[in-house]
Design a protein around this ligand. Sequence first.
Ligand code: TXA
Ligand code: MG
Length: 332
Amino acid sequence: MKAPVRDASDPAAIEEAAALLRAGRLVAFPTETVYGLGAHALDGEAVARIFAAKGRPASNPVIVHVADVDGARALAGQWPPVAGALAERFWPGPLTLVVPKAAAVPDGVTAGGPTVGLRVPAHPAALTLLRAAGVPVAAPSANRSMEVSPTTARHVADSLGDAVDLILDGGPTRVGLESTVLDVTVSPPRILRPGMVTQGLLRQAGVDVATGPASGGAARSPGLMLRHYAPRVPVVLIDASGLLGTLRAADGVLFLDPQAGDGQAAARAIVMPSDAAGYAARLYAALRELDEAGVRRIVVEVPPRDGDWIAIHDRLRRAATRDEDTQERNGA
Ligand code: TXA
Ligand code: MG
């Protein structure tokens, strides 16, 4: 049975969603990054339903969403000063802080590990829902494992419509890429997953961070596994200069620069926003559009690799990784 889709700005829908969460059911809801698949974070059986619905390996921990800093501190075994400073600066917002977990956090949330990822989302419906529920909400992206994360309620319905109890529709998400995951249990803090809260923004906030895998770090954030966020059809990244000679009739293409070609060589062409924030907001929906259009492969004009583009480049690289390149399989 397909889950009902309700308007997230309807107070009755929020009340219904909050009651479902408290009762251990699954509710998909909008955040500013991507849609989340939510469950009562302190209810181990509810959390297990998330993993079953997504087909997610139990080894991959989920982020817990809370309404405010006090809610986060209640789930943390320790609250390092740097967590306080970053929460003050970036919450509500697309930054997940990995801190030592409190005893109350079930093992299913943390994949049995000693830390928990926490964030206060910057979406009015998400915050209203969290306050109405009165419980912390564990929520990975509301897609089946290995699929591109959902940025609209329709994406959620297409992927998980028969596995959730309710979908709240809050329109297309504003940020479009998953939150930055920052481990503040190490010094300096380490970015486990790049997002739109960039290294530069963290530095401006006075926090120097490390990037890239720590030694023995592959397992620290399973979301860093290479193939991830991928459409069904192959994705290839090509520089603007090589683009036109490469396009074939059955390709779909994401252009960055409309001057790079008129797209006539391809079956479907989408011109992407030229600023990083706009590109990020559009990326997952664009990949899904080309995937659904039945193109044979998706050719992406490679965007810049630095600064505000790092998270975008990260997701494109993962989308472009073929299965046979993949050392480790997992999903989120
Ligand atoms: O923007 C987001 O973060 C979205 C929205 C719904 O909030 N959520 C999301 O969740 O992307 P998910 O489960 O798809 O990705 C969570 C990432 C994974 O890479 C996971 O491995 C990592 O965060 N993570 C969660 N808890 C962790 C922990 N305790 N230690 C290390 N990594 C953790
Ligand atoms: Mg995910």
